[in-house]
Write a protein that binds this ligand. Structure first.
Ligand code: AMP
Length: 592
């Protein structure tokens, strides 16, 4: 039956998809099958992400295929084949080994989208070190916090980022043994080494050592509402899910030109901006430039991008430019457009169908899940506004919520899964390969994320009677701004380091483009006047400390709502600001 609120797919497109029959795939799929589709290290020596992404292609018939096509800011193009990527990452792994960096030690990157970043990420994994990518727009505070928590042994960055972000905090990082600088002028800074000199002297040949699929590979930081950022640890086995989900949810194939616009400093930019397309053997595109509507359309058209994975904020920014800009470009190569990270409005899905010639396929996952869990599929109709259905191999559920808004967990540890059409906390049956294996140094927090065999996501979702999932809101106070998760506590702490600030409450305010904007409410110390100058100073203070996650607005407020124990009640603050009852907040999130 044809439904007006559904976007139907043409039969020819359905027939060509990787996942033609969703129900059958859900019945027949097993993670063992997905594991068998990968090579594994020669001689049964285990499973290593970088071997699957690079070395097996570099040693096979795809050696000459372009692995990375990189566009620099000025329009220059650099193509790196799988063979060359094998050599470059081999050199990087040899540099690490030569410096005495041991498997399991943490290597951090603080880099924009440049070839050295991709080489460092994959070379680190080859050397069996743990990779932690940092967002290069972070200010010194979030970087110091994350490098300290993860005991960074090595950092790869540029001279400019070193001066701006690392030099002011270097004395807070005693575990940091090596800073490797890339790019021009990468010499002369005390306590650093020049990466290209080291790489030039190293051998391109590197044999990946035995890697247990359960060995730690990636450390991604994510934000909660209280305390420090959480370091979610992922293992090499995650590559099984990267590969399978890239095939199912992104419909990726070897002949695709794939563009993931997420920055590699965030989980999407690593799992799908680096690992997934390479494991598939496709060509991945990386654009050093920042968002610009005309530039993006040009990239899509000129590079003949076939699969595009982006974010709702970006789609909304393109929508604002109107359809004329899109019409000037030949987007006929596009086969699939997908987005993740924030709610995708139904209008944006339909706009894609009309203006890009392809509807936007929403999908859902989070740092902890390591890979896409719920998705719209190339061969399936789309219900605009729905995140889609669970992937083959993923068992999703909704759990009844308790008075605190989170899943109700009985004294004996039991939970209450809801049947049929329902709304509750979104939960996933534990055990898929890319599930995080721990929060760094915080086993209690990790244990608290599970109940009765379910991983509790912290998101509230609704399921319709056909099993499609719809995002409702977060069960906590974390902020999603332009697709980036921002921990209010981290922002509050940074502001409270200013001598004029007694207390701060930070919330996300609805924004038509970015989803939410970070806004801080600040109580000043006694006797300090709330002037415009002070507001400007605090905004600058926040920006210098936090970088891209700093508050965009600051209001003075000496009546912040508190719990009895004295904590700022952010939900109440938000409800107050929006003129809503607290219970109406989730309604706001759906209709936003
Ligand atoms: P992160 O761990 O930074 O990737 O953020 C994960 C969070 O982003 C999820 O828990 C959701 O709150 C939100 N999110 C991710 N994908 C979607 C989506 N498709 N729709 C709505 N929210 C999403």
């Amino acid at each position: 039956m044809l439904r007006a609120d559904v976007i139907h797919k043409p039969a020819d497109l359905r027939a060509r998809a990787n996942l033609v029959d969703y129900d059958r795939a859900r019945r027949e799929f097993s993670w063992q099958q997905a594991r068998d589709a990968l090579s594994g290290l020669p001689g049964g020596a285990g499973l290593n992400i970088a071997y699957e992404a690079v070395d097996r292609h570099a040693a096979g018939p795809r050696a000459g295929v372009t692995a990375l096509r990189w566009l620099d800011r000025t329009g220059g193009v650099r193509e790196i084949s799988y063979r060359e990527l094998g050599e470059l990452t081999g050199r990087f792994a040899n540099v690490l080994t030569g410096l005495g960096v041991r498997p399991g030690e943490r290597v951090y990157t603080l880099l924009g989208r440049v070839p050295d970043l991709y080489v460092a990420v994959l070379g680190t994994l080859k050397a069996r070190c743990v990779l932690s990518p940092l967002f290069s727009a972070f200010g010194p505070e979030p970087v110091a916090e994350r490098m300290h928590l993860g005991e960074a042994a090595v950092l790869v960055t540029t001279p400019a980022l070193y001066r701006r972000t690392i030099a002011p905090i270097r004395d807070r990082l005693p575990a940091l043994r090596h800073v490797l600088l890339t790019g021009p002028a990468a010499t002369g800074l005390p306590g650093t080494a020049n990466l290209s000199d080291l790489s030039g002297a190293a051998s391109p040949a590197f044999t990946v050592g035995p890697t247990d699929p359960q060995d730690a590979a990636l450390l991604h930081f994510t934000s909660g509402t209280t305390g420090r950022p959480k370091g979610a640890l992922h293992v090499h086995e995650a590559v099984v899910a990267h590969h399978a989900t890239a095939r199912f949810a992104l419909d990726l194939r070897t002949d695709d030109v794939f563009w993931c616009t997420a920055d590699p400093g965030w989980v999407t930019g690593t799992s799908y901006g680096i690992v997934a397309p390479l494991v598939i053997g496709a060509t991945m595109l990386s654009d050093e430039g920042e968002f610009d509507a005309r530039r993006w359309y040009r990239v899509l058209a000129e590079q003949r991008v076939t699969v595009w994975y982006t974010a709702p904020t970006a789609v909304r920014m393109l929508m604002r430019r109107g359809p004329e800009e899109a019409a000037r470009h030949d987007l006929s190569a596009l086969r699939l457009v997908a987005s993740v990270g924030e709610p995708l409005n139904p209008e944006a899905v339909r706009w894609g169908a009309e203006v890009l010639g392809r509807p936007v396929h929403d999908n859902w996952w989070q740092t902890e899940t390591g890979a896409i869990m719920i998705s719209n599929f190339a061969a399936a109709d789309i219900r605009p506004g729905s995140m889609g259905r669970p992937l083959p191999g993923i068992d999703a559920g909704l759990l009844e919520r308790g008075p605190d808004g989170r899943a109700l967990v009985d004294a004996d540890g039991g939970v209450h899964p809801l049947a049929g059409a329902a709304e509750g906390e979104l939960a996933l049956r534990a055990g898929w390969p890319s599930m995080f294996r721990g929060y760094l140094n915080d086993p209690e927090r990790y244990a608290a994320a599970f109940a009765d065999g379910w991983y509790l996501t912290g998101d509230i979702a609704r399921r319709d009677s056909d099993g499609w999932y719809w995002f409702v809101g977060r069960a906590d106070d974390v902020i999603k701004s332009a697709g980036h998760l921002v921990g209010p506590f981290e922002v509050e702490s940074a502001l409270m380091a200013h001598p004029a600030v007694a207390e701060a409450g930070v919330i996300g305010m609805p924004d038509p483009v970015a989803g939410e904007l970070v806004k801080a409410f600040v109580t000043l110390r006694a006797g300090i006047e709330p002037t415009e100058e002070l507001r400007t100073e605090l905004l600058g203070f926040g920006r210098r400390a936090l970088g891209a996650v700093a508050p965009k607005e600051i209001a003075f407020d000496d009546a912040l709502p508190h719990t009895r124990s004295g904590k700022v009640m952010r939900r109440l603050l938000k409800a107050r600001e929006l003129g809503l009852a607290e219970g109406d907040l989730s309604t706001l999130e759906v209709t936003r």
